[in-house]
Design a protein around this ligand. Structure first.
Ligand code: BTN
Length: 251
C-alpha cells in the first residue's frame, strides 16, 4: 500500500507506510527529530489506534477505510506568529478536493473541521517545532473519512456517506496531496490576503447569529473572522471578542 510517489513537486514524493501505529503525527514528529527528512514526506497508516485530535480529543478511524496521514513540512519562510496560515492552507486544500469530488458546498468549522452538509468529513492537527524565531518543522496531520459508512458520532460523515460511492484510498491520497501542494506554494509565495479571504469565505456560520459557550456561560454571538494568530473573532453585544481554541465551543 502507498508505494507510488504522488505526481507532485515535493509533497508525497516520499511515502512512509506503516500498517499500524499509535499516531502518524507522533511518528512523523519522532522521525523529523531523528535525522534529515525531505520536505513533503508523508507518514501514513491503515490502522491508527491512538489518533490525536484538537483540544486533547482522540481521532477515531475504522482500520483500512479512511486516510490517516501526516505531512512533514519545513516552512522556514513563515514566521511563528503566522503559523495559523498552515491550518488555513491545509483546510483550503481539503475544501478544494471535496468541492471537486462532490460538487457540494464545503465549510470550514473553526478551527479546523471540514464539513459537508454539516457532517465532519475531515479534521486537521498541525504541530509545529519552533526554534527561536522560525518554524523548524511543521507536521500537518490529516484524518480524512473516505469509505467508512457508520460512525458513533452522529456529526461525522465520509466521502462515501455524502456521495454514496466508494473510493480507492491511494488515488484519493494523491489527489489531496496535489491540492495541498498548490495551496502550500501559494503560502510560500506570500499570498496571505488571498488565502485569508478564501478561508473566510468558507468559514462556517460567518456573519450569522448563533449560540456559543465559554466557561463563563452561553451567549449569542456572530462570527466575524479569524485573526492572524488563529483566534476566532466573535461579535458579542456589539463588541468584538477574540477566543483561542480552548476558550469557546459552538453550543
Ligand atoms: C481534530 O479534528 O480534532 C483533528 C484530528 C486530526 C487527526 C489526524 S489523523 C492523522 C494525524 N495523526 C494524528 O494522531 N492525528 C492526525
Amino acid at each position: 500500500m502507498y508505494k507510488i510517489p504522488a505526481n507532485t513537486l515535493f509533497i508525497g514524493k516520499q511515502l512512509v507506510f506503516v500498517p499500524e501505529c499509535h499516531s502518524t503525527n507522533s511518528l512523523a514528529l519522532q522521525m523529523s527529530q531523528s535525522g534529515t527528512i525531505a520536505e513533503g514526506m508523508v507518514v501514513i497508516t491503515d490502522n491508527q489506534f491512538a489518533g490525536r485530535g484538537q483540544r486533547g480529543n482522540t481521532w477515531e478511524s475504522a482500520a483500512g477505510m479512511n486516510l490517516t496521514f501526516s505531512v512533514i513540512l519545513t516552512p522556514a519562510f513563515l514566521k511563528p506568529t503566522d503559523q495559523y496560515y498552515l491550518t488555513m492552507v491545509t483546510s483550503l486544500a481539503l475544501c478544494d478536493f471535496l468541492t471537486t469530488k462532490t460538487g457540494y458546498p464545503v465549510a470550514i468549522k473553526w478551527p479546523n473541521d471540514i464539513l459537508v452538509h454539516e457532517k465532519k468529513i475531515s479534521g486537521i492537527l498541525i504541530e509545529n517545532q519552533l526554534q527561536g524565531n522560525r518554524i523548524l518543522v511543521a507536521v500537518a496531520g490529516i484524518g480524512f473519512n473516505v469509505n467508512q459508512e457508520y460512525f458513533q458520532n452522529t456529526r461525522a460523515g465520509s466521502l462515501r456517506t455524502v456521495t454514496d460511492k466508494t473510493y480507492e484510498l491511494e488515488a484519493t491520497l494523491h489527489e489531496i496531496l496535489g491540492f495541498l501542494e498548490v495551496r502550500y506554494l501559494q503560502l510560500k509565495q506570500q499570498k496571505f490576503n488571498t488565502l485569508k479571504d478564501e478561508y473566510l469565505s468558507k468559514l462556517y456560520r460567518l456573519g450569522e447569529p448563533h449560540r456559543y459557550s465559554t466557561p463563563e456561560g452561553t451567549f449569542e454571538g456572530i462570527i466575524r473572522g479569524v485573526d492572524d494568530t488563529g483566534k476566532l473573532c466573535v461579535e458579542v453585544d456589539g463588541s468584538l471578542k477574540y477566543f483561542g481554541i480552548k476558550e469557546i465551543t459552538f453550543a
